[in-house]
Design a protein around this ligand. Sequence first.
Ligand code: SAM
Length: 270
Amino acid sequence: MPEPIDIDSLIRAVQANPRYAAISPNLIRGLIERYQGSIRQPRELIKAVRNKLHQVGGAYLDKPIDYAQWKSRLDHLPHDLRHPQVKEFCSQMMSLHASTRERLPILERFYAEPLTRLQPLHSILDLACGLNPLALPWMPITPQTQIQVCDIYSDQIAFLQQFFDHLGINGKASLCDLTHELPNRPVQVALLLKSIPCLEQLDKNIAVRLLREIPATHWLVSFPAHSLGGRGKGMRQRYRQRFEEIIQGWQVRVEIFDFPGELVFLLSPA
Ligand SMILES: C[S@@+](CC[C@H](N)C(=O)[O-])C[C@H]1O[C@@H](n2cnc3c(N)ncnc32)[C@H](O)[C@@H]1O
């Protein structure tokens, strides 16, 4: 009989590589459980899990982020979200993650155009947020706006909470694995930016579940207009079709914002 696999020691083995050390153990556990029926060799199993974690998270980072160093810079910043020094810090940090880096050239318009009409914004939920909470200085929020953000990296989440605390943002950053558990607090605007293709690599039905089960009044959903490698042929058209499939049969008003590099949909009650 094959040896029973000890999942906790496999999780630790996956996390032994610094690139995966901070990733949600729940996500790693789910992947091990999924692969262990078909991959019996622990070494191969660890490799398969790490490959998937790279696809859904690591591929967006050129290298692991030194959060301690960014935290010491944060400590010296003014406690004012709109201060030019704070915005410069946020831009520099957003350039460390491919998704936010690509958005930098359109940041002045990206939130103002779809969200200004929804003011006052009282609550925002940023799902699979990456470093996008550092774009808060460009969002039409007030100090009262409640911000919730989540992603799979514990070090990133700890840093984002420090960022909120330093700037007096009414915010909560949480570790999550959206394939296992969904936030359930009602929210005015949920952001699901460039993450559907990535989450669908873990669960083909996740987009419909997120949009139907999370109690958000408005959704800002986006898709990348080119791949991480820079190829863009047909992507807008393909993702537009995919989005139409996802919202099929749903009574909802859709506005489209076709930004360079990113195709954005604002969903509101019909
Ligand atoms: C393409 S990036 C988008 C980041 C951010 N939304 C943006 O647009 O700047 C995809 C994000 O999904 C996160 N992610 C991957 N799997 C996840 C999961 N199971 N639960 C929550 N977040 C996940 C990754 O860590 C990564 O930050």
